[in-house]
Design a protein around this ligand. Structure first.
Ligand SMILES: *Cc1c(COP(=O)(O)O)cnc(C)c1O
Length: 383
């Protein structure tokens, strides 16, 4: 069969596979257990933690979107990250970026403190720190690009090439871009992880995750662990997430269009000190993002001039943005990382990561671009 476009994969995944009634949309299988065909004759499914038809359709569709061989749908994004940690023995070294997702950081640090594996936390955009990390013979390199909330870009292809030389695996958290805007496996990565809670489901009504592997063997090993530690996703969540995936491609297009409109407003306004978005030529990762991404993405952050008073007024004046954590849904969200998503970091760690009191993050939704831009402009004018 010919190579399919991502939009076709997303829309057609599991369509018309119902042998019983020819339903066009795949039915949802909520049963926890499946009858054997006869004594010692197991059918394709026996128990829903181990395997479930609704979950498998989602897993296969996401694996195809990421151009991987195997997909494993998990109960949360964090469960997907925990699943990768199962590959590590106490003597193995995991290398992670200092500005990775807060929940990932908490998991890595606490598992390492208990002796599950060795951990090195580095700035992956710093060549000297990368050299030292590779010299220590890591087992897995964890990459998250773009980073949260400053949208720093890490060279995935370069890290993968170096990892190959020392037999290390590279796992990429691709949550911020989705397979529509970045395909880590084609850049040389071995594993892709998503919090499907974000763009993949896209409607802020499911918490979920997925792991996609480049090889079938690694996928089977991880699928075994997912069942063993009991973190596979539910049938109902899988059904809803697949429903969200259908529109992933057009959603990402609109998310990006809207974010570019907001970057323009923010970049031109005198109340704004700095805008962080890889689409800007002034962004340190601009050229790299152009090379390794298929679009600049819809997450952005910016610093206001002034102090907390200006932040408070700006957020209060916004009409079309909800003040909330999370991202990737159809609705626009505004977040103050210092007191919300990154509140667990102490002030010194926040400043080291570039998270100031006047930094604001947008998850730009798919509302009307002009209305969003007008809203941001009037809120900036009000401070
Ligand atoms: C939200 C998020 C996670 C964690 O996913 P959950 O579904 O909340 O468990 C991991 N990585 C990134 C980049 C995220 O944004």
């Amino acid at each position: 069969m010919s190579k399919k476009n991502l939009a076709t994969i997303a829309v057609r995944g599991g369509i018309e596979n119902d042998g019983q009634y020819n339903a066009v949309v795949p039915p949802i299988y909520l049963s926890s257990t499946y009858a054997f065909d006869g004594f010692d004759q197991k059918g394709p499914y026996d128990y829903s933690r181990c395997g479930n038809p609704s979950r498998d359709i989602l897993a296969n569709t996401l694996a195809e979107l990421e151009q991987g061989q195997h997909g494993i749908v998990t109960a949360t994004g964090t469960a997907a990250i925990n699943l990768i940690c199962q590959l590590l023995k106490p003597e193995d070294l995991l290398v992670v970026p200092h500005d990775c997702y807060g929940g990932s950081y908490r998991l890595f640090v606490n598992l390492a403190a208990r002796g599950a594996f060795k951990l090195k936390v580095i700035d992956q955009t710093n060549q000297a720190e990368l050299d030292a990390a590779f010299a220590a013979q890591p087992k897995i390199i964890w990459v998250e690009s773009p980073s949260n909330p400053l949208l720093r870009i890490t060279d995935i292809g370069d890290i993968c090439a170096r990892a190959k030389q020392c037999d290390a695996l590279v796992a990429v958290d691709n949550t911020f871009l989705s397979p529509v805007l970045q395909q880590p496996l084609t850049l040389g990565a071995d594993i892709v992880v998503h919090s499907t809670t974000k763009y993949i489901n896209g409607h802020s009504d499911v918490v979920g995750g997925v792991v996609v592997t480049k090889t079938k063997e690694l996928g089977e090993e991880l699928a075994w662990w997912a069942n063993c530690i009991g973190i596979t996703g539910s049938a109902f969540d899988s059904y809803l997430t697949l429903r969200g995936v259908r529109t992933l491609v057009p959603r990402m297009k609109q998310h990006q269009k809207n974010s570019l409109a907001l970057v323009k407003v923010l970049d031109a306004h005198p109340a704004v000190k700095q805008v962080n978005h890889p689409s800007l030529a002034s962004h340190p990762g601009h050229e790299l993002a152009k090379k390794q991404q298929l679009g600049f993405g819809a997450m952005l952050s910016f610093e206001l001039k002034g102090g907390v008073e200006q932040v408070t007024q700006f957020i209060k004046a916004l009409e079309h943005f909800s003040l909330a954590e999370s991202l990737g849904g159809v609705e626009s969200l505004v977040c103050h990382p210092a007191t919300m998503t990154h509140a667990a970091m102490d002030e010194a760690a926040q400043l080291k990561a570039g998270i100031t009191q006047t930094l604001i993050r947008f998850s730009v939704g798919i509302e009307d671009a002009e209305e969003l831009a007008e809203d941001v402009k009037q809120a900036l004018d009000s401070i």
